[in-house]
Write a new protein. Structure first.
Length: 455
């Protein structure tokens, strides 16, 4: 990978009322024509169905995805993916990982690998909760678009219409905040050390935003992608004001409840482990010692942490099953109002390959739609293929390495799974990806912060 690609990806690089039938996205898949456009054109009929069923506009939605075959992925495919994950665990200093792969034509692989920590031999549980980092951005934009569909606000509205005390931002719109084209700076580089030193602190989102606003705007708003966590925090403040409820309730109302993500939430400011219920994957962060060498054997335990540091940029928590289902909703545009396709005019990412674009708080890697990133303790990524329905979600429990490694692992796994043979009575898709598994395997190794133990 070119160095410019590495630099630009680091720091950026995402119906009828019914009861959830399973936490497994594979079980929840419905037979239907796969595609965002089909979902958009069916919106009128959907509105009638919702009315007849007595559901509100915020009622649960089904996902227009291919039927998932009820089988495990072939042993050879699973072995290749397990080798990829364990190699990435070594490279990032992670003691554990949780992975979900759903290939509709072939099978599924959902598992926990490793242990909770180097000193805790408890096996990682597949239902452990964790922090989803910048996947939260896509969720925040989902809420924005849903509120636009309700007529509560418009993408072209100035942020100053909803957030007071932010001078000189009259020309910055809510849509630009969602697209990260506002030119506003980021706060994470300036605050990360404070978060590690004081993980219990409850941060006011306005304070987070102030660190981004304290920097000069980059370029002219609306013209180019410039990564900005402060922009997504500012968008969260605007949504709170427009909806008359907390950001946690906004995401619950417009995203989590509609997709029936019962293990996903945006926690408040009180420091806590990431699980909504049940156990949490222990989170760690490796740090360099006085000699500049990364300490991979004694990472900082940062499981208990305040989600206020991420707020509507990266504060959400989830499980691997919920995360897989959520990435499917992004690929199908399940929560987008009629007439809106937020990926219709993708934005290029400077220095990145032509197949990597962004829009509306999501990342599109060729035919894969999703998001990735890291927060103290965790590195995560989730993508779903708009052509085949292939879905990959992964979390590693050490955030010491560059957050791009989570995406690289997801894309490596997607390349492996895309070649999985069809189960009996199924047909394997023809579509492929513009990279090989080996390319990203090598890239992860080249960016490792920890080395494999000597034989």
């Amino acid at each position: 990978m070119a160095r410019a690609y590495e630099r630009n990806l680091t720091g950026i690089v995402a119906v009828v009322c019914l009861n959830r039938e399973s936490d497994d996205p594979g079980v929840n898949m419905r037979a239907a024509g796969w595609g965002r456009r089909a979902a958009a054109t069916a919106a009128g009929a959907l509105a009638i169905m919702l009315t007849l069923a007595g559901c509100s506009a915020n009622g649960a939605v089904t996902l227009d995805v291919p039927t998932q075959v009820d089988a495990q992925l072939p042993a050879e495919t699973v072995q290749q993916m397990q080798d990829a994950v364990t190699s990435a665990m070594v490279a990032t200093g992670s003691s554990g990982a949780i992975v979900g792969v759903w290939a509709p034509w072939s099978g599924t692989w959902v598992t926990g690998l490793g242990t909770e920590s180097a000193t805790d031999p408890t096996p990682v549980g597949v239902d452990d909760g964790f922090r989803v980092s910048r996947v939260t951005r896509a969720m925040t934009c989902d809420a924005l678009y849903s509120m636009v569909g309700e007529g509560k606000l418009a993408l072209e509205d100035s942020v100053t219409k909803y957030v007071s005390g932010v001078p000189d931002l009259e020309n910055i719109t809510l849509g630009q905040l969602c697209d990260s084209t506002s030119g506003i700076g980021s706060y994470k580089p300036r605050l990360f050390g404070m978060w590690l030193a004081n993980p219990d602190r409850d941060w006011n989102p306005r304070e987070l935003v102030s660190y981004g606003l304290g920097q000069p705007l980059t370029g002219t708003p609306g013209t180019a992608f410039v990564d900005s966590d402060a922009g997504y925090a500012l968008l969260g403040l605007a949504l709170e004001r427009a909806a008359g409820m907390s950001a946690s309730d906004v995401l619950e109302t417009y995203v989590f409840s509609r997709l029936e993500l019962g293990s996903t939430s945006l926690p408040g400011g009180t420091a806590a482990p990431p699980a909504v219920a049940g156990s949490s994957l222990l989170g760690h962060h490796s740090m360099a010692g006085a000699d500049g060498v990364m300490n991979c054997t004694e990472p900082l335990d940062i499981t208990t942490f305040s989600s206020s540091t991420g707020y509507t940029d990266s504060g959400a928590v989830s499980t691997i099953a919920d995360l897989g289902r959520y990435s499917q909703s992004l690929a199908t545009g399940a929560l987008e109002p009629s007439g809106i396709d937020r990926l219709a005019e993708p934005l290029v990412i400077a220095g990145a390959p032509s197949w990597l674009t962004t829009r509306g708080g999501v990342i599109q890697a060729a035919s894969l739609v999703g998001q990735f990133g890291s927060v103290p303790g965790y590195m995560s990524a989730a993508f779903s293929d708009t052509n085949t329905g292939l879905t990959v979600a992964v979390v590693l429990n050490n955030s010491g390495a560059a957050d791009t490694l989570g995406a690289y692992l997801a894309w490596e796994l997607a390349a492996i799974a895309s070649k999985a043979p069809a189960a009996g009575g199924q047909s394997a898709p023809d579509a492929g990806l513009p990279w090989t598994a080996q390319q990203f395997h090598d890239t992860i190794a080249a960016n490792a912060i920890c080395a494999a133990p000597a034989p």
